[in-house]
Design a protein around this ligand. Structure first.
Ligand code: NAD
Length: 468
């Protein structure tokens, strides 16, 4: 596969795709090694994974360098790398406190029966990840799965695969890890084979692919943990601090050029403050630069197909009467595709920009007249990933936050789920399904639970069933 460079538009990297028989072979090796990995115990796994984190530190420059080419952004690649290292070390540090109790206990129903629970990790966990944060999203599920005692078949996105080379180099042979994690390169076909070879699948990506993966996993009768797209709303109440609110909305909606699942993609502002909010946002946007300039915060659009979707959403809104106040055009500069944060008003729920995932730095703003309407509009979506509420009255903000159908609600900030990993959350509606990737559940979901029930009294007799 030829891979496009987002800065230059050139296809300058060749991805050697794993053949289906390679994937099967790797899965066989994982399955053979997993038993010993599990039996070696949690302390051993923590030590091997911590050593790997040390080696990743030694490869820091090359990982960040490749991530930067994959995504066209230097500073964010450094932050992504550091965040991933923090996640690995954090998981190693906290995992023991997440272990379930192992001591036998008497059953509440029959105290003579003593129960022991056994936690059995899935032997092979398939991880399939997207292109927007290639390193973090490849490892965020893989690490807790490995700690649980599973082995991992990891297929990262074919759009941003360069970072895999230094990652693979850091998985030193005989380190203990090389037997239990295998990297797969390729696209949808490779992804399908990963599902064929796995006992559970963690998928991060679009709703459309998520639906295919759910169906495939259902056929195989294996669990699918799906983390999918969003159309996150922000509700801005009339008492919100507009300076703080606009700062948070802009960072969330346009940070990483809007290429994040938990980016704000819809703003509902009280009609009394909408003008002030819009103007403050526009002032802040006017100071932003593309990242090929010194101090520029906005990288190129990584995936050319997504750039076309972004433009089509803007054009659809324009054709239906919306007004563009900034940005509005995907620009081709030296082969790269770029777009400035685009504030749009006069939008309605008949427009794609308010209903479909745009995945770009677009800030459509709609007004509401009362809180009931704000909640109705925020919940009028097929998505339910995350959301924001801005108000200086915390009680009121909580009251609203509790009514929004989404898994993570930031109050007086936005997209907090991209840094707060220690709390469980479930996506609502089409944004995902099954156990939380965060917190304790993000570890415990890799186990099947077995009950060992020890009868210490006398077993029931068949005569108990005799008719009166
Ligand atoms: P995508 O669905 O196009 O692809 C994701 C991965 O699935 C890739 O590795 C791809 O090769 C693989 N794939 C494609 N078809 C497959 C199939 N039939 N079987 C198995 N694997 C298959 O998503 P994308 O464009 O790479 O990523 C962007 C999407 O990811 C956005 O919708 C975004 O919201 C979502 N996302 C969600 C989260 C979250 O945590 N909820 C985080 C980041 C991104």
């Amino acid at each position: 596969m030829q891979v496009r460079n987002p800065r230059t538009g050139e296809y300058d990297y060749h991805l050697t795709v794993d053949r289906l028989e390679d994937i099967r072979e790797k899965a066989i090796r994982l399955r053979a090694a997993q038993k010993q990995w599990n039996e070696a115990g949690l302390d051993h796994r923590i030590s091997v994974i911590s050593d790997w984190a040390d080696r990743l530190e030694q490869n820091k420059e090359s990982v960040i360098n490749q991530l930067s080419i994959d995504t066209g952004r230097n500073k964010i690649s450094k932050i992504e790398y550091e965040g991933t290292l923090g996640m690995i070390r954090g998981r190693c540090h906290t995992v023991k406190s997440m272990l379930p109790p192992h001591e036998p206990r008497p059953s509440f129903i029959d105290p003579n029966v003593h129960i022991t629970q056994q936690y059995i990790p899935y032997p092979v966990v398939g991880v399939i990840s997207p292109w927007n944060f290639p390193m973090l999203l490849a490892l965020i599920d893989a690490i807790p799965a490995l700690l649980a005692g599973s082995s991992v078949l990891l297929k990262a996105s074919e759009v941003t695969p360069r970072f895999l080379d230094p990652i693979e180099q850091s998985i030193v042979v005989h380190s203990g890890l090389s037997d239990v994690i295998q990297i797969i390169r390729g696209g949808a076909e490779a992804g399908r084979e990963v599902i064929e070879q796995s006992d559970a699948v963690c998928f991060t990506g679009s709703v459309a692919t998520g639906q295919k993966i759910a169906a495939h996993c259902a056929q195989r009768f294996i669990p699918a943990f799906l983390e999918l797209g969003g159309k996150d709303p922000a509700i801005v109440l009339e008492d919100a601090d507009i300076e703080i609110t606009s700062e948070a909305i802009l960072r969330s909606a346009a940070g990483a050029t809007g290429q994040a699942c938990q980016s704000l993609e819809r703003v509902y502002a009280d009609e009394k403050i909408v003008e002030h909010l819009t103007q403050t946002l526009l002032e802040k946007i006017s100071t932003l630069k593309y990242n090929f300039h010194q101090g520029g915060a906005l990288g190129p659009l990584i995936y050319d197909k997504q750039a076309s979707i972004i433009q089509s959403h803007i054009d659809d809104a324009l054709s239906k009467g919306a007004i563009i106040h900034s940005g509005g055009k995907v620009e081709n500069m030296n082969g790269g595709l770029w777009i400035m944060p685009t504030v749009i008003t006069q939008v309605t729920h008949d427009m794609k920009v308010m209903t479909e995932e745009t995945f770009g730095p677009i800030i459509p703003i709609m007004t509401y007249s009362d809180e009931k309407e704000a909640i109705r509009l925020a919940n009028d979506s097929i998505f339910g990933l995350s959301a924001s509420v801005f108000s200086q009255n915390i009680e009121r903000a909580h009251h609203l936050a509790k009514q929004i159908d989404a898994g993570g609600i930031s109050i007086n900030d936005a997209s907090l789920t991209n840094k707060i990993f220690d709390v469980e959350k479930n996506a609502f509606k089409y944004s995902g399904i099954n156990g939380s990737r965060m917190g304790r559940d993000g570890f415990l979901r890799f186990f099947r639970k077995k009950a060992l029930m020890n009868q210490t009294g006398r077993p029931d007799s068949i005569l108990m069933q005799s008719e009166e």
